[in-house]
Design a protein around this ligand. Structure first.
Ligand SMILES: [Zn+2]
Ligand SMILES: [Zn+2]
Length: 373
């Protein structure tokens, strides 16, 4: 059949050559004449309405059969995105452009005015459509589990022979949020902290998976030293009869912290603690020599805490007596006292930081004061 002799299969009219399939065009109905073709032609295929389910707690959007986190504070943005995805432009159209104008009808309804232009069979077309978008608010599975106090693991932050400091507690909580945020960034919606509550002896974190609990415990110990123990508690059986365990990670922070001045059991004088990662390491405040606890003692040598660098006070360095002794003013009595001279004392200094404790007066290194760190 030659092109000039083609007839429209619907109306029987002869189809002019120019109405036939143009090179490079994908025609859905190439044989119809233009009149029949445009008779029931829709440039845009749009749903009558769209319903978007969003989580009223976290803003996640329900798509397909799952919840997806979207970076939209504004439901209008979500509505535009959902409408864009649901619209179909006829395959025959070329040079398609479109714009959308959202009209907020009420809190949960947005009328999306969409304006399309395109070219089909050399004919410029335009089409206006309105798609009402209804926002329905619900609770996503994650928020539902958080609200239901769901958790699979507990991280206990405790410290040996003391309670964790405010800094340690706050930092552990921050670590938990960082770990969860990292996992969320990979699209993991099952990562969350259900609850963080301070107790008399530390902090309890309830988290959604054992993996997260383990990560938080490990990171906390990486920063502050100490150890992690874990134990399982059987909580239930799942549908398949498998036992489900809840794992508790018990973090035990070391008894001493960097910046503590401790009186060790030996007679070589107090030690300013520098590190509690592995064996406790520090500096003798009598001589300036390095101290390291034995392997057996690890981060917990037998010792009493005398104070911290924060308790130190600047006082006048009266004189350097010899290589082992200096004279300073007692910051409480203002009497000149002769005390041990650690090698870090600058003999030309006018003042030095001293710690007065039940072990006596000791000069601390300048660099040990918090302001210098
Ligand atoms: Zn026709
Ligand atoms: Zn949610």
């Amino acid at each position: 059949m030659s092109e000039s002799r083609a007839f429209c299969p619907r109306c029987g009219d002869p189809v002019a050559e120019r109405e036939g399939l143009r090179p490079g065009e994908a025609r859905s109905d190439p044989n119809l004449c233009d009149a029949c073709y445009f008779e029931d032609f829709d440039l845009v295929d749009a749903p009558e309405r769209i319903e978007v389910q969003v989580c009223s707690r976290c803003g996640a959007v329900h798509r397909g059969n799952r919840w997806v986190d979207v970076d939209a504070r504004d439901y209008t943005d979500i509505a535009i995105e959902e409408v864009s995805k649901s619209l179909g432009v006829h395959v025959d159209a070329t040079e398609v452009s479109w714009q959308v104008d959202p009209e907020q009808v009420d809190q949960n309804t947005i009328r999306m005015h969409c304006y399309f232009t395109g070219i089909v069979r050399d004919t410029p077309l335009e089409e206006d459509i309105v798609v009402p978008v209804k926002i329905s608010r619900g609770t996503c599975d994650r928020c539902g589990r958080i609200a239901g106090d769901y958790y699979a693991s507990i991280v206990q932050i405790r410290a040996a022979d003391r309670t964790p400091t405010t800094e340690e507690v706050e930092r552990a909580e921050a670590i938990a949020n960082e770990v969860v945020a990292e996992m969320e960034d990979t699209g993991d919606r099952n990562a969350f902290v259900t609850d963080a509550s301070e107790t008399d002896d530390g902090l309890n974190l309830k988290v959604s998976t054992n993996k997260i609990g383990q990560k938080i415990a490990r990171k906390t110990v990486e920063e502050f030293g100490g150890t992690v123990g874990d134990y399982e508690t059987l909580v239930t059986e799942d549908e398949d009869g498998n036992e489900v365990y809840r794992v508790t990670y018990a973090v035990r922070l070391p008894p001493f912290r960097p910046g503590d001045v401790i009186d060790t059991a030996d007679d070589d004088g107090p030690v300013l603690v520098r590190s509690v990662q592995g064996n406790l390491k520090g500096t003798r405040v009598t001589t300036g020599e390095a101290y390291e606890a034995s392997f057996e003692d690890g981060d917990a040598p037998e010792a009493r805490k005398l104070g911290t660098v924060e308790d130190a006070e600047e006082t006048t360095l009266v004189t350097v007596e010899d290589e082992n002794a200096v004279q300073v003013l007692d910051p409480e009595t203002y009497r000149a006292e002769t005390i041990a001279r650690p090698d870090y004392v600058d003999p030309d200094a006018d003042t030095v930081p001293v710690l007065k404790s039940r072990a006596g007066l000791h000069v601390l290194p300048e660099s040990a004061t918090p302001d210098d760190e």
